[in-house]
Design a protein around this ligand. Structure first.
Ligand SMILES: NC(=O)c1ccc[n+]([C@@H]2O[C@H](COP(=O)([O-])OP(=O)(O)OC[C@H]3O[C@@H](n4cnc5c(N)ncnc54)[C@H](OP(=O)(O)O)[C@@H]3O)[C@@H](O)[C@H]2O)c1
Length: 358
């Protein structure tokens, strides 16, 4: 079923791209490079091509991208399983974040000048030399960060939203963060610690356990050696945690509910092991538990804008002081995005894979 749908989608994608590149040549537009999806499939479909340089709308800035980063969602999008939100973009280009230099501003832009260093949350389009983005979705790079370090805001925004908007944690609450050495997990550990939350974390290897311990997490559990339910019950003296930040889904659901304190919240950020699982509603009811989901890309613009601007205000000082440190597994030239996708899928990375564009 998926392969039939993918074939039709591939035909539509490739005919759209051919028409566009022919007409660009005849219009004499400035051509720039971007990784347009002309077909869906394996990492090999990620190839650079020339497109017309994006133009800024009245409330947009044009960023000359220095670096972008790989997200799990990009792997799904590449396979045709995660379409960009409407309105459909002229070119389907993966990439949910970037950092770079502002080279043009729309007539109603008030927060940026040409030459500013900007980082941005994107609906797509990051695997490219240039992107036009609403100024509300961008903010100035903290002075202490270079443009490579600034290319990974998506995981911090996701973690910020999960911890504060969804779990509504308070200082000294206890949280369990799964996949804590991953992109979002490691961002969540840092943000929670910086706010005075007690942090427990799960990871899948000794190397990751050591890494997350160095970040300062109070209790780090290698789930391959140890049952995380027993470890959390021991850590909390049977009281449980006020929140669980989960990326695993199906295989963890029952255990996540078990270790929540009365009134606690489970935040579903990802479903890496699967999306369907039975729920014991009696447990939810009796212990007044909340299960909340979150998804960044599909949100309304004003909801995202509020998150982006709150995040920028509340974290810039912590990035400048070094309290928050972007965690980068490695930097890869963007032309090798396919290889980066292969690496991310191995589950071996710590922090983020950054794609260097220039
Ligand atoms: N809702 C949103 O808006 C949003 C935004 C960003 C990301 N996400 C989702 O959040 C999830 C994590 O993203 P990320 O960027 O942090 O990814 P990541 O850096 O690749 O980290 C994911 C880690 O999860 C662990 N893992 C993978 N499969 C697992 C399984 N079946 N059971 C247990 N652990 C597993 C692995 O670490 P271990 O070796 O420690 O097991 C892996 O390295 C993804 O599903 C992503 O799509 C959602």
């Amino acid at each position: 079923m998926i392969s039939h749908e993918r074939c039709s989608a591939n035909r539509a994608l490739s005919s759209r791209s051919n028409i566009v590149s022919d007409s660009l040549k005849s219009k004499g537009m400035v051509l720039v490079k971007a990784m347009v999806l002309k077909e869906y499939g394996g990492p090999g479909v990620l190839r650079v091509q020339e497109i017309g340089r994006p133009e800024v709308g009245p409330e947009e800035i044009l960023i000359e991208i220095a670096a972008t980063a790989v997200n799990r969602a990009d792997l799904l999008e590449r396979q045709g399983l995660y379409p960009p939100p409407p309105p459909a973009p002229r070119y389907q280009i993966p990439g949910l974040e970037c950092a770079g230099t502002v080279i043009a501003t729309g007539e109603r832009v008030i927060g940026f000048n040409i030459g500013d260093r900007a980082m941005a949350l994107l609906p797509g389009g990051g695997y490219a030399e240039y992107v036009a983005v609403a100024e509300d979705m961008a903010w100035l790079v903290p002075e202490a960060l270079n443009l490579t370090q600034a290319a990974i805001p998506e995981v911090y925004l996701t973690a910020f939203d999960a911890l504060w908007d969804k779990a509504e944690l308070m200082p000294e609450d206890r949280v369990l963060i799964h996949a804590a050495a991953g992109g979002v997990g490691s961002a969540a550990v840092q943000l929670a610690l910086a706010a005075g939350v007690q942090v427990a974390a799960t990871v899948g290897s000794e190397k990751k356990r050591q890494f997350v311990s160095k970040l300062g997490a109070h209790r780090v559990i290698n789930y391959r050696d140890q049952d995380f339910v027993a470890a959390i019950q021991h850590w909390t003296q049977g009281q449980g945690v006020q929140a669980v930040i989960d990326f695993v889904g199906q295989s963890y659901l029952q255990r996540n509910l078990q270790i929540l304190a009365a009134g606690g919240t489970l935040v579903i950020v990802g479903t890496l092991s699967g999306a369907e699982a039975p729920v014991n509603l009696g447990q939810v009811l009796n212990r007044r538990l909340t299960i909340r989901g979150t998804a960044l890309r599909s949100r309304q613009r004003y909801d995202k804008m509020r998150l982006v601007q709150t995040f920028a205000r509340r974290t810039t000082a912590d990035f400048n002081s070094g309290r928050l440190k972007p965690i980068i597994d490695r930097i890869i030239p963007w032309e090798q995005a396919g290889e980066a996708h292969r690496i991310l899928a191995t589950n071996q990375t710590i922090g983020k894979l950054v794609l260097k564009v220039r």
